[in-house]
Each structure stands twice: as C-alpha cells, then as structure tokens.
Design a protein around this ligand. Structure first.
Ligand SMILES: Nc1nc2c(ncn2[C@@H]2O[C@H](COP(=O)(O)OP(=O)(O)OP(=O)(O)O)[C@@H](O)[C@H]2O)c(=O)[nH]1
Ligand SMILES: [Mg+2]
Length: 389
C-alpha cells in the first residue's frame, strides 16, 4: 500500500504538500504533532505530521461542521482531503472491519517508527544500546537518567560488545550500584538500648514494618525489644500496634506529648532495641512535620528512618524525602516492592537523597516480608533485569 508521510510547520502546509504530491483524492490517515528532527527534539519545536494515501478509501468521519482542532490547530478527525471525493457505496461490514484493522495496524506502525526514530535520533544509538535505553524507559526511569546511564555504558564498554545486551545490562548495573548506598541491619550494641524511629507519609507501612522488625529481632535474634507509639491521631492506630505487641509479647507504651516520649524512652532503656512508631504525615504539612520533630528530639533516637512506598512517583519520592529531612532522617526503608510494576522511579531518590537504604519490604506478611536492603538485588529490580538474569 502506498502510504506517505509529510511534515510541515502547520497543518495547512502539510495538507498542501499532500495535495501537491498525491492529488485531491488522497485520504488523510493520521495526523499528529512530532518533534522536528534532532534539533526539534532538543529545542522543543514541534511539527505537524500527516500520513496520507491515495489507495485507502476512507469514508469521511467529519461531521458537516468543522472538525475540532487541538491547541496546535491540528485536526482531530481522519478525513478525505479532496472536496470531490466520490462518496463510497455503503461498505460491507467485513470490508469496513478489514480497513479499520489495517488502519489501526498502520497507525501503531507509524507511531512505533516515530518513537524509534525520535529516541535513536536523539542519542544516535547502535541497536544494543538502543535496546538497553528502551528497557530503562520501560522501567520508568526518566529519560534524562536513562540517557546518562546509556551514555556511560557506551563509554565504558568496547564498541565490539555493544551488540551484547547481557554485557550492557551488567555494566549498567555496576554503574547504578555505585550511585547509592545500602547499609546493613540495625547494629545493636550489648548493654545499650538502640533507639530507632520510623517516620513517613500516611499508609506507607510504618506500623507493619515496625511489627516485622520487632518480630525478627525478638523471635529470631532473641533480643529484648520494646515499642513506643505516638500515633494518637488515627482511630485504631494504637490498637494496630498493640495487637502486634501482644502477639509478639513485647512491652509497649503510648505517648501523647514530647515530654511523655522522653519518659517512655527512659523507662525502656534496659532493652536492646526500642522501636518508635509515628503518625503518618503529609510531606506538605510543615506544622505537623515540626511537631513530629519535637517528639523525635525528646526521643533522642539513634536512627530515624524515612519509610516510603515504592508505588510513588519519582518526583513525590524526592520531595517527600526533602520534606522529612527537616526531622533529621538517617536512612530509608522502601515498602511495597511487591506492588510496584517497575522500580525505575526509585533511582532519582536513591541517587540524590544521600540516605542509605536499610530495609525493603515486599508484602503484608508479618514477620516474613522484609529484607535487609541489598544494592545488587535492588539495582537488578530497578533496571528490570531481575527477571532476565
Ligand atoms: N503490599 C504490601 N502492603 C504493605 C506492605 N507494608 C505494609 N503494607 C500494607 O499497607 C497498609 C498500611 O500499612 P500501615 O503499616 O498501617 O501503614 P502506616 O504507614 O503505619 O500508616 P499510618 O499509620 O496511617 O500512617 C496495610 O494494609 C499494610 O498491610 C508491603 O510491603 N507490601
Ligand atoms: Mg501506622
């Protein structure tokens, strides 16, 4: 089938090119905005692209009124170009379906072609590196990070190995693994109570993670563990922690003022590990973040870990980490890995927050669905290589 593509600054110009080239009988199959070549991609200058053919007899979908235009003045309808196009006889259903199917296929082919041209044009990538790039984008790594990473891979892998995807993936893993820090489990010192507080937005899994940690240190490592909660804001929040404390057989105190926090920490100083649960806070609520800080100041915790859900956009993760930085965070715990479709969203946070990752959680089961964070494993998951390797 003779299908041609035209690009111009405006729709009028593009249609004029179609008319000139294919005549007035040509049918417009598809219109869209595209970046105009390599320069257009960088400069943001857009063009109108029209795909047209003389061999497709498309009945007009245009109502008698003018077709709606988008912001760029682009027609949102598929329409025959010429005013003299003879009206086709009512097509048989199967013929209509066949044409419709071909058009859909054609549209996705053109879109895929544009996507490939655009991305490869941007970085001029050989096939293997290009495939690596698209894998990273599929993992929801942002384009800038993906481009930087592929560029670093290109510079550090010999050209003779650029076709070897396994080598490229392995090098990408090495590079990313250097970009963030995982720390081991909490280090308890004999004869001293190690105090750890978990903070974070609402519903990310702070209380569940506290229960997992408490159960592991208590039941598997046979440590003396205690719990404190300041979660006095959400109905049933205290009961949630108390249920775990009862099941695991742990002492627990509920505090409702910073002063009570100091007293509770003091009262439990004979334990090995004291875990402090806190109320979920919006990162945008500075007042509540300051209030949280006043509790933590009185607790004088050895470590404050920010708990974040993996099912959160890259931007929100960054801004949340920044907001909770005000309370004096020392580490990160990432929850809900099991719910995330991809983990590329974590990379900007891991790269830039400076906070070491301590634990990750991957399910609702207490105490099993928690693990000490492993950089190698997480990187494979972030880059989408976990299933490949
Ligand atoms: N799928 C999955 N669910 C989790 C995970 N961790 C916690 N949850 C669930 O997330 C929900 C909220 O967990 P909580 O522990 O109550 O969260 P929270 O941060 O204490 O919530 P607030 O106290 O209200 O701020 C519960 O249904 C948990 O079972 C995880 O790793 N994976
Ligand atoms: Mg909670």
């Amino acid at each position: 089938m003779d299908v041609r593509k035209y690009q111009a600054r405006t729709m009028q110009e593009a249609l004029a090119m179609v008319r000139h080239d294919l005549g007035p009988q040509a049918a417009v199959l598809h219109t869209r905005e595209v970046h105009g070549g390599l320069w257009g991609w960088f400069s943001g200058v857009k063009k109108i692209e029209v795909v047209a053919s003389t061999e497709v007899n498309v009945p007009s979908r245009l109502p008698l009124r003018a077709a709606p235009l988008n912001d760029a003045g682009v027609s949102l309808e598929i329409a025959p170009l010429g005013v003299n196009v003879p009206k086709p006889a009512a097509p048989e259903a199967h013929y209509r379906d066949e044409v419709k199917g071909q058009l859909t296929e054609l549209q996705s082919m053109v879109e895929e072609l544009c996507r490939r041209t655009r991305t490869s044009g941007q970085v001029e990538l050989p096939e293997g590196l290009f495939q690596l790039y698209t894998e990273l984008i599929d993992q929801e790594l942002n384009e800038e990070l993906a481009r930087e990473l592929v560029e670093e891979v290109r510079q550090t892998v010999a050209p003779g190995e650029w076709a070897d995807l396994a080598t490229l993936r392995a090098r990408a893993e090495q590079i990313v693994e250097r970009q963030f820090v995982c720390r081991g489990p909490f280090q308890l010192e004999p004869g001293r109570c190690h105090t750890v507080a978990l903070v974070g937005p609402t519903g990310v899994g702070k209380t569940t993670t506290i229960a997992k940690l408490a159960a592991n240190f208590r039941l598997r490592e046979k440590r003396k563990v205690g719990l404190i909660t300041v979660d006095t804001y959400r109905i049933a929040a205290v009961e949630q922690l108390r249920t775990y404390a009862d099941i695991i057989d742990l002492p627990m105190q509920v505090v409702s003022t910073p002063k009570q926090m100091r007293e509770a920490v003091h009262a439990m100083a004979n334990l090995d590990l004291l875990l402090i649960d806190t109320a979920g806070r919006s990162p945008k609520d500075e007042v509540k973040i300051q209030e949280l800080k006043s509790y933590l100041t009185e607790a004088n915790a050895d470590e404050v870990h920010l708990v974040l859900s993996a099912v959160t956009s890259a931007n929100t993760l960054l801004r949340t980490a920044e907001a909770f930085g005000a309370v004096g965070t020392h580490g990160l715990i990432v929850t809900k890995l099991d719910e995330a479709m991809s983990l590329g969203n974590l990379l900007p946070l891991l790269k830039s927050s400076q906070l070491p990752l301590s634990y990750v959680t991957h399910g609702q089961n207490v105490p099993d669905d928690i693990a000490v964070a492993s950089a190698a494993r997480l990187v494979r998951e972030v880059l989408g290589n976990a299933a490949v390797v």
